[in-house]
Design a protein around this ligand. Structure first.
Ligand SMILES: C[S@@+](CC[C@H](N)C(=O)[O-])C[C@H]1O[C@@H](n2cnc3c(N)ncnc32)[C@H](O)[C@@H]1O
Length: 214
């Protein structure tokens, strides 16, 4: 039995960890009613984990690549100190109104800077040294995001990459047309060979890789 995928265990976990809170519950419901692919948002368990990482690390500068609804962004803002800055990049400008509606509902929004545009164009323009980076945008381009961001992460900083087990498809021989699976496999193969970092894959949700820069 895989504990992570067992519905009863999942329900048990969610009833024995911190609640996500009313704002995130409302955002989650709103996304399920009004947005395409609401499953993309981090959700209760992963959201509490991202908050906990921020509690433990106390990052001053955070970068998120792939905002979607700002669910994860708000979770990281909850755990980060009052003077933290979270830069989050989203290519889909149709999400801007949804995102800003929720950033304006809470003081946490003051820590969050939304950049609308392609991450590969925006990252080179961000002149910060990041303590924490959350990679969660186009699965085809994870290696490019990693390469672009690496020198902007401080030694001792953490890069978290989401969906690195890709619903188990990482085990398959991907069809040439399945660029997302190929992108994730390529990323995992690059990370395991990279001696500049320590890494571990957590089999939580869709796979979460923690990459610590030496
Ligand atoms: C999985 S969702 C992000 C979920 C969010 N991080 C969370 O955990 O709640 C991926 C998002 O990345 C965005 N995206 C895809 N390609 C992008 C790019 N090149 N630059 C910036 N954002 C991109 C998509 O539009 C989508 O909203």
């Amino acid at each position: 039995m895989s504990l992570e995928n067992d519905k009863e265990i999942e329900a048990y976990i969610l009833s024995h960890i911190d609640e996500e809170g009313e704002l995130l519950r409302e955002l989650n419901r709103d996304a399920h009613v009004n947005l395409l692919k609401p499953r993309m948002l981090s959700g209760h368990l992963q959201g509490r984990m991202l908050k906990m990482f921020c509690r433990m690390m106390q990052p001053r500068f955070i970068l998120e690549i792939g905002t979607y609804t700002a669910y994860a962004t708000l979770c990281m803002a909850e755990g980060a100190a009052d003077d933290a800055e979270i830069h989050t990049i989203e290519v889909n400008d149709e999400l801007e109104d949804f995102i800003m509606k929720y950033l304006h509902k809470t003081k946490l929004g003051d820590k969050i800077h939304l950049h609308i545009g392609d991450a590969e164009e925006i990252i080179p323009k961000l002149d910060y040294t990041f303590d924490l980076v959350f990679i969660d945008a186009n699965k085809r381009h994870y290696v490019e995001y990693y390469d672009l961001v690496f020198d902007k992460v401080r030694p001792g900083g953490l890069i978290i990459a989401d969906n690195t087990l890709w619903d188990g498809h990482v085990l398959e021989t991907a069809k040439p047309s399945d660029k997302q699976t190929i992108g994730i496999q390529r990323f995992n193969d690059v990370i395991v060979q990279d001696t500049r970092v320590e890494k571990v894959i957590l089999p939580v949700r869709d796979g979460l890789t923690l990459i610590w820069k030496k």
